[in-house]
Design a protein around this ligand. Structure first.
Ligand SMILES: Nc1ncnc2c1ncn2[C@@H]1O[C@H](COP(=O)(O)OP(=O)(O)OP(=O)(O)O)[C@@H](O)[C@H]1O
Ligand SMILES: [Mg+2]
Length: 283
């Protein structure tokens, strides 16, 4: 059981002067319990692709295929509801997602919609808040009057509350400080360990390399390369992608390698340091 995307093409405003090809023949596959990152420069098509994964966008005839756990995403299909229940999308900007007057109503919306009984809602909402590290004191607060980081947590809790098999997160680390980013990655890794599939959209190659089982790199709506972190490192160090910065440590490793040093192409500071020390000691 997987999410499978085949030859997906998306064109905004086709046959008008505003026509933009946002995705061109994109393919991907991921499973429950796996972490897939989608990385790319601004405008490379990441958010457009994310919206296909939970059937917010649906492939038009002749523009490719998206299936989720064997539900096929087709215009007007009765299976779209099942796809939306199976895949939870956390939007790029929490303000796009939040709408309710209290945190309770916000987080209760999706489980209520998917049939959780009123008597069980409070426990489900409290459980989702606990998962994102927020206390019950938030229940009566107005989501729009929270800090950026808290809004992001509420947006994530409101998706988790529906217990989706896959979580798609569009740039979830934007606006978070280093601790916030670390906490979020830890939280998502624990969700993955529980068997959820994680699809993580990001500019941050370092997080993608560290946490992912596989990575899809997009540029101008097209796949540049796809594979495990080692494959991505090899590809990007040989052919850099515009606007996608290698982690500093990896950049140093590439420079050392190009200078004739046999060091691993790693983004792990300690591993690179140990390899340099070993070489220096030998010489
Ligand atoms: N609603 C829209 N109408 C027209 N064009 C759009 C629309 N949304 C996105 N685009 C265009 O489609 C392309 C891909 O946009 P998308 O938002 O998917 O990129 P992205 O990789 O998520 O970018 P970012 O990193 O800035 O969030 C861009 O050229 C963008 O200008
Ligand atoms: Mg985007």
């Amino acid at each position: 059981m997987s999410i499978i995307v085949k030859n997906l093409t998306h064109i905004y405003h086709p046959s008008t002067p505003l026509e933009t090809v946002a995705l061109k023949d994109v393919n991907l596959r991921t499973e429950k319990g796996q972490w897939l990152s989608i990385v790319g420069h601004t405008g490379s098509g990441k958010s457009t692709l994310a919206q296909y994964l939970n059937a917010l966008l649906v492939p038009e005839a002749g523009r490719g295929e998206v299936s989720v756990e064997n539900y096929l995403s087709r215009p007007g299909s009765s299976q779209l509801r099942s796809i939306r229940h199976t895949v939870g999308l956390v939007f790029q900007y929490p303000e796009q997602q939040l709408f309710a007057e209290t945190v309770f109503e916000e987080v209760a919306f999706a489980p209520r919609n998917w049939g959780v009984a009123e008597k069980d809602l409070e426990e489900v909402v409290k459980g989702a808040l606990r998962e994102v590290g927020l206390s019950e004191s938030f229940l009566d607060r107005n989501p729009f009057q929270l800090s950026g980081g808290e809004k992001r947590r509420i947006a994530l809790a409101s998706v988790l509350a529906a217990n989706p098999a896959y979580l798609v997160l569009d740039e979830p680390t934007a606006g978070l400080d280093a601790t916030g980013r670390k906490d979020l990655v830890k939280l998502l890794l624990s969700q993955k360990a529980k068997g959820r599939g994680i699809v993580f959209v990001t500019h941050d190659l370092e997080i993608a390399l560290t946490a992912s089982d596989s990575i899809l790199v997009l540029e101008g709506g097209k796949e540049v390369v796809q594979g495990d972190p080692e494959k991505i490192v090899q590809a990007l160090s040989q052919n850099p992608v515009r606007g996608l910065c290698l982690p500093d440590v990896l950049e140093l490793a590439v420079l050392l390698e190009q200078g004739g040093w046999k060091v691993p192409l790693t983004w792990n500071q300690r591993k690179l340091f140990q390899s340099i020390v070993k070489r220096v000691r030998k010489s």
